[in-house]
Design a protein around this ligand. Structure first.
Ligand code: 8YV
Length: 322
């Protein structure tokens, strides 16, 4: 039997994934070594696989220390923290975990939207604080009659739109292209979309191509009754512009599962009572995280079994040869 493949982890993953990886590979943990540089000098050349969560960056500097690396298996559909161009230039395949989280993230998105519109966490806080006996919770705005815009009608965006269909709201979208066979109204510009809707749901991937797309002008176009929901990446929204828009009443509220500098959340956002803030839990259930973890394992096992990656990212397509 060939010796087990040396696999590097930047941080721990959930226990079931760690156990499965330990059974199939010789696992090294970069977050547990005392001297990172000495470890990379000694073991770096032996490492053939890298398994990462979406929040641990894989940059050119790290890749350069791993000259024998063949595959980066990333947990999560978004892979903006992996420098895929640098990986591609080195012939390293990058995989992610699409599809297995679509419905879970879409469920959370609708929950966050309703929580934001109907102020559900605020109402919960109100009851717990004993104020109900003094007077009824203030009336809120409604989802009824609203027009919802989706920025990024990809796999998760479609799952969100399917749910919104059931809520009887008008749906429109913006992306690079109009999608054939899709009945929702398409807007070739984000500004046009923002002008046409009063709820904007961000489901677009992060990275340099979408950085700061939702800026002061987009928020102003949403209008004073506007609601922003972001379940994608904090980087897609200009956070300072959002805070200003919320403080000044340029938009009504926001439901955010993601932030620019996670896990740091600006104190100014936390201080705003009308917003609903979640600690990046879109895919965060036992079941879906297990499915995502399994796909990380399956990609690695398939690759080192000589069968290629299962779900490579488009930037490092698998053409059947190294
Ligand atoms: C996860 C995510 O929280 O899939 C993604 O892109 O943002 C989330 O599902 C994250 O990837 C886990 O590391």
């Amino acid at each position: 039997m060939p010796p087990p493949v040396d696999l590097l982890l930047l941080k721990a993953m959930q226990p079931s994934v760690m156990d499965a990886l330990a059974r199939a590979f010789t696992v090294h943990r970069l977050d547990q070594v005392r001297d990172r540089e000495a470890f990379l000098d000694e073991a770096g050349p032996r490492i053939r696989g890298l398994a990462v969560g979406a929040q641990a960056p894989v940059d050119e500097a790290l890749l350069a220390r791993l000259p024998g690396l063949e595959i980066v298996a990333s947990l999560g559909v978004g892979y903006d923290t992996v420098d895929v161009r640098a990986a591609a230039a080195r012939g390293v395949v990058v995989t992610h975990t699409p599809d297995v989280l679509n419905e879970e993230v879409a469920d959370l998105t609708l929950g966050l939207l309703l929580a934001t519109v109907r102020q559900i966490p605020q109402a919960d806080r109100y009851l717990r604080s004993g104020r109900w006996s003094e007077r009824s919770f203030p009336l809120t705005t409604t989802l009824r009659g609203r027009r919802v815009g989706i920025l990024g009608l990809g796999r998760i965006g479609h799952a969100v739109a399917r749910r919104l269909d059931g809520f009887g709201v008008a749906i429109a979208y913006h992306g690079r292209h109009a999608q054939e066979g899709v009945g929702y109204e398409y807007h070739p510009t984000l500004l046009g979309l923002a002008q046409a809707v009063d709820v904007l749901i961000v489901v677009a991937p992060g990275g340099p191509g979408t950085k700061g797309l939702v800026d002061a002008a987009i928020l102003a176009a949403l209008g004073p009754d506007g609601i922003l929901v972001n379940v994608a990446r904090g980087s897609v929204v200009d956070e300072a512009a959002l805070i200003a828009a919320l403080k000044e009443g340029t938009i009504r509220s926001a439901g955010l599962d993601v932030f620019a500098g996670e896990p740091h959340v600006p104190a100014e956002l936390v201080a705003l009572d009308q917003v609903v803030l979640l600690p990046h839990v879109g895919s965060g259930t036992d079941q879906t995280r297990a499915a995502m973890g399994q796909l990380v394992i399956d990609n690695l096992v398939s690759w080192f079994g000589g069968h290629g990656p299962l779900t490579p990212v488009p930037e490092t397509p698998w053409r059947g040869a190294r």
